[in-house]
Design a protein around this ligand. Structure first.
Ligand code: GLC
Length: 576
C-alpha cells in the first residue's frame, strides 16, 4: 500500500505561535512573524504547518482557552494576516492545520459569560455542565460541596461554584478558566459544525483536535471510583471512567467527520483531515476505536515520545504504533510537542536508560543532571529512526535546533496553568515554549523579535514573554544554518532522505531483531538500525538483512568509518 492522502506520509511542523517569531517587537510571537520566517520552515522540506491555537483568548492556557472560535487573537494579528500567511504557505506547497479545542472554551467566551448570568436550568447553562452542589460539610450550605468528586487535570476540584448565592457549580476538566462544553447540546453541535466550515472556507486543510479523551461524559456524572494507590496528582483525571474515553465522545467525532466528508463532497479536490490528541500509550486497541472511516483520520501515537532510551521499549513503541495499520490507519509519530519536556533533555538524563522511566514528562520531573551533548546525539538518532518509519511525523518547532528544555525559569516568570494551579508543585510546560533563537543577538531576543525583514528593527523590543536563557544564541538558526555537523542540517537531510529512500518502500514495516542494544526496522529494502548503547556495535554481516546492504544515511555521518559498524547512540539506514 502506498499513501493515498497527503497526510498519511506528511511531515508536519508544529508552530507554537506565541514563541516562534515576533514581528512587532512586543515580545510575543505573531502570524506576521511566522510569515516572515516561512522560508525556514520550507527549507526543512515539510508538507504542512500545525498552528497551536491562535484564536482570541485570555491566554490563561495560552490559547487552549478559546474566547471566540471564528477570529484571530489580537496580539497575533487578524484574519487578513491569517489569510496572507496561508497564501504564502500555499505558494511553498505547505498546508495549514489549525488546532481545534472542543472539550472546553475560555470562561471569557460569550456563551459562558451569558451562562453565568443566566438562571439554573436556563438554555444558556445547558451548553455547559452546570449542576447543583451537594450539602456542605457542616450542613449550613445545601450546595456547599461540589456535585461530585472529580478532580481537574491541572490540580484541584474539577468544579467551581458560580457564587455563594447560586446553588450551581460548573465543570472544568482542566482549570476553572476552561469550562467544559456539553456536546449533547444542539447549539454546541452547530457551533462546531460552523467552526470547521469557517476555517475550511479560508483554506485550512485540517485540524489537530485537542484533548479528545474527556469529550463526552456519563450523563449521570457519578462520583469517580478511588484511584489506584500511587496515582500521581495530575493523573487522577485520566483514571476517571465517567469522563475519559466515553462512548458518548464517539458521537461528537462522527458529527465532525460528517461535516468534513460533506465539505469534501461539495469541494472536490480538497483532502481534509483531523488528527486526535490523546495519550493512548500501549493501547492500540483504544486507538482503533477512534481512528476509522467515521471518526478521526489519524491519532497521535505518543509511545515513541514517551519511551526511554532502551532498545526493548523503543521496539515496543514502534510495534504498537505500526499495529494500527491493521485497522486501516497510518501511524502518526511525534517526538516532541508543547506539553512535554524536549527530547534533548529527556534523553540526556541519567535515567533515560532506565526501562521504568516512562516519560520524564514536564508535568512530573524537573530534577536529575542532564547531559545535553548526549541528549542531542540521541535526539539525532531518534529522528533518524522515526523518519524511516511509515506514516506521518509531527515535528515541534525548535527540535530542529536541538533546543534543550529550559528548567530554571524563575518562578515569577512561569506562566503555565500547570505551575499556577498546583502552586508550583509541578513546574509545568513553559520550558519547552521558550521563544526560538534565530540569531545570536540578545538585543533582539536572539532574533525572535524584529523578524527577518526587521519590520520594527529600529525600536528596542520588549522582553520575550518567557525569558530566554543567556547563551540561547548558540542554538540559533543563523548559527546552525550551513554547518553540516549541525542538527538543523541533519533535519533537512533526513527529511530529504525520507523522500528518497523511505517513502518509495511503501507503508509496510516491521521491527526485526539484529541483536541486543539495537533497534531495527525493515521497510521494503530499507533497514534502519539504532544503536542504543554507548559502544559501537558491529552488525552480523551474515544476517540476511544486512549482508549486501549499503549504508545510505547516518545520524552521525562523520563516524561512519567501518562498514557494518553502528556508532554509539546513533542510527544508520541500510538499503539492499
Ligand atoms: C491539550 C493541549 C494542552 C492543553 C490541554 C487543555 O493537552 O495540548 O496544551 O493545556 O489540552 O486544552
Amino acid at each position: 500500500m502506498n499513501a493515498q492522502h497527503w497526510w498519511q506520509e506528511a511531515v508536519v511542523y508544529q508552530v507554537y505561535v506565541r514563541s516562534f517569531a515576533d514581528s512587532d517587537g512586543d515580545g510575543v510571537g505573531d502570524l506576521e512573524g511566522i510569515r516572515s520566517r516561512l522560508d525556514h520552515i520550507a527549507s526543512l522540506g515539510v508538507d504542512a504547518i500545525w498552528l497551536n491555537p491562535c484564536y482570541p483568548s485570555p491566554q490563561r492556557d495560552h490559547g487552549y482557552d478559546v474566547a471566540d472560535y471564528h477570529a484571530i487573537h489580537a496580539e497575533y494579528g487578524d484574519l487578513a494576516a491569517f489569510d496572507a500567511l496561508l497564501a504564502d504557505a500555499r505558494d511553498r506547497d505547505i498546508r495549514i492545520l489549525m488546532d481545534l479545542v472542543p472539550n472546553h472554551c475560555s470562561n471569557d467566551h460569550a456563551w459562558f459569560v451569558e451562562a453565568l448570568a443566566a438562571a439554573p436550568g436556563s438554555d444558556a447553562r445547558s451548553r455547559f455542565y452546570f449542576r447543583d452542589g451537594r450539602p456542605g460539610d457542616d450542613g449550613s450550605d445545601p450546595h456547599g460541596n461540589p456535585p461530585n468528586n472529580w478532580m481537574a487535570a491541572f490540580g484541584g476540584s474539577a468544579w467551581t461554584r458560580v457564587g455563594d448565592d447560586d446553588p450551581q457549580w460548573y465543570l472544568g476538566t482542566f482549570t476553572p478558566h476552561q469550562p467544559d462544553f456539553d456536546h449533547t447540546n444542539v447549539d454546541v453541535q452547530l457551533m462546531f459544525h460552523d467552526v470547521l466550515t469557517f476555517w475550511f472556507d479560508r483554506g485550512v486543510e485540517g485540524f489537530r483536535v485537542d484533548a479528545i479523551s474527556p469529550v463526552g461524559k456519563d450523563p449521570a456524572l457519578p462520583d469517580a471510583p478511588p484511584v489506584p494507590p500511587g496515582t500521581g496528582m495530575l493523573q487522577v483525571t485520566w483514571e476517571n471512567p465517567y469522563t475519559v474515553f466515553r462512548p458518548e465522545g464517539h458521537d461528537v467525532w462522527r458529527r465532525f467527520r460528517t461535516t468534513i466528508d460533506d465539505y469534501m463532497d461539495r469541494h472536490p479536490g480538497r483532502d481534509l483531515m483531523m488528527v486526535a490528541e490523546a495519550y493512548m500509550n500501549g493501547r492500540p486497541d483504544l486507538m482503533a476505536a477512534f481512528v476509522n472511516d467515521e471518526q478521526f483520520h489519524q491519532a497521535f501515537a505518543f509511545d515513541l515520545l514517551l519511551s526511554p532510551w532502551v532498545d526493548t521499549e523503543i521496539e515496543r513503541a514502534i510495534r504498537d504504533t505500526l499495529s494500527i495499520m491493521t485497522i486501516g490507519s497510518t501511524p502518526t509519530w511525534a517526538l516532541n510537542n508543547h506539553d512535554v519536556q524536549r527530547i534533548v533533555t529527556r534523553l540526556g538524563r541519567a535515567n533515560a536508560t532506565d526501562p521504568n522511566t516512562i516519560s520524564n514528562n514536564a508535568l512530573e520531573a524537573a530534577d536529575g543532571a542532564v547531559d545535553v551533548t548526549r541528549g542531542v546525539r540521541r535526539a539525532r538518532a531518534m529522528i533518524t529512526l522515526a523518519m524511516a518509519l511509515p506514516g506521518s511525523l509531527y515535528l515541534y518547532m525548535g527540535e530542529e535546533l536541538g533546543l534543550p528544555e529550559v528548567l530554571d525559569i524563575p518562578d515569577d516568570r512561569r506562566q503555565d496553568p500547570v505551575f499556577l494551579q498546583t502552586h508550583g508543585e509541578r513546574i509545568g510546560r513553559d520550558g519547552c515554549r521558550i521563544p526560538l533563537p534565530w540569531t545570536d543577538d540578545p538585543s533582539t531576543n536572539f532574533g525572535f523579535s524584529g523578524g527577518e525583514d526587521d519590520i520594527d528593527g529600529d525600536a528596542t523590543p520588549a522582553d520575550a514573554w518567557l525569558p530566554q536563557p543567556d547563551g540561547w544564541g548558540v542554538h540559533a538558526v543563523d548559527e546552525l544554518d550551513g554547518d553540516d555537523t549541525s542538527i538543523l542540517e541533519l533535519y533537512r537531510a533526513v527529511i530529504a532522505a525520507r523522500d528518497e529512500f523511505a517513502e518509495p518502500e511503501g507503508m509496510v514495516a516491521a521491527v526485526v531483531d539484529l541483536g541486543p542494544g539495537l533497534v531495527a526496522v525493515r521497510r521494503g529494502d530499507l533497514v534502519a538500525v539504532t544503536n542504543t548503547t554507548s559502544e559501537p556495535i558491529a552488525l552480523d554481516m551474515d544476517d540476511d538483512l544486512v549482508e549486501i546492504a549499503t549504508p545510505v544515511f547516518a545520524s552521525e555521518p562523520a563516524e561512519m568509518h567501518t562498514p557494518g559498524v553502528v556508532p554509539p547512540d546513533s542510527t544508520i539506514w541500510l538499503v539492499s
